[in-house]
Design a protein around this ligand. Structure first.
Ligand SMILES: [Zn+2]
Length: 260
């Protein structure tokens, strides 16, 4: 790995896990769940915010082999109502703090590598992005477009995001050779504005838990035989609108997967 300056430095954490392989027996009883796949699974997580924290915690509890975390942002006070950070983390990098805080969540010997930079910066710096599946949970569409293109036709990428009112969110699975995020959401482009909704957007932990639950289920379904009959899902907390549940097909002229 190239470290051109100290702020780029990644931090590696090794979780000890808990004694006894029987710790995973209950989840192994779930139809289609394969612990041996989980025990080898390398996940790359983009974004350590409201969704990223919940997703990472779920993956560590399930016993994932390796988790790489990318986030260039720092912990602020309003994050504490829903993200796995504490007062002592305020002002520090999110990826680094999440890596440290996840150590107590591990049930197995997970390796956690935290990169205190944005995903795009990691690509520029030629950081090792090898993984089996990507979870893309940033706060902007520019990063989503960039991740979609980088991993297109290589590994499954699970995209997730929340609206700015705290009422709904979505999960979309981009699988090699199938529809990409811009097929599902044509407004996702590399020229999307790099907004920072964390400053003004409404956000609450209940919605984050719902959406991240579907996201970590989607991870399983992409790498093992847990059955899934959708690639796009959008539930609404209040229930006035019905949940959107569909299979998005490849879109002609798509700005990401349509180009040669
Ligand atoms: Zn596409």
């Amino acid at each position: 790995m190239k470290n051109s300056s100290s702020w780029l430095k990644s931090v590696k954490y090794q979780a000890k896990g808990v004694l006894g392989p029987e710790v995973t027996l209950a989840q192994e009883a779930v139809p289609g769940f394969d612990q041996s796949v989980m025990n080898r699974l390398r996940v790359l997580l983009i974004g350590a915010g409201g969704l990223g924290c919940e997703i990472a915690q779920g993956l560590l509890r399930k016993g994932v082999a390796q988790l790489k975390i990318f986030d260039g942002d720092t912990v602020s006070l309003t994050n504490l109502t829903r993200q796995y950070f504490y007062e002592s983390d305020l002002g520090k990098n999110k990826a680094i703090c999440l890596g440290k805080n996840l150590l107590n969540e591990a049930t197995r010997k997970t390796e956690i590598i935290a990169y205190p930079i944005m995903f795009q910066k990691g690509v520029e710096e030629k950081i090792d992005m090898s993984c089996d599946v990507v979870v893309c949970a940033p706060d902007n569409d520019k990063t989503r477009a960039s991740a979609s293109r980088h991993f297109l036709n290589k590994v499954p990428v699970i995209f997730t995001g929340l609206d700015e009112e705290g009422t709904t969110g979505y999960v979309f699975i981009q699988e090699p050779g199938k529809a990409c995020i811009a097929c599902a959401r044509p407004d996702v482009t590399e020229s999307s504005i790099e907004r920072n909704p964390c400053r003004q957007a409404a956000a609450i932990i209940d919605l984050g838990k719902i959406i991240s639950g579907f996201t970590i289920f989607a991870v399983d379904s992409a790498v093992m035989n847990r059955k899934r009959d959708w690639n796009f899902r959008q539930p609404f907390m209040a229930g006035y609108l019905p949940e959107t549940l569909k299979t998005v097909e490849k879109r002609k002229g798509c700005q990401i997967c349509g180009k040669k």
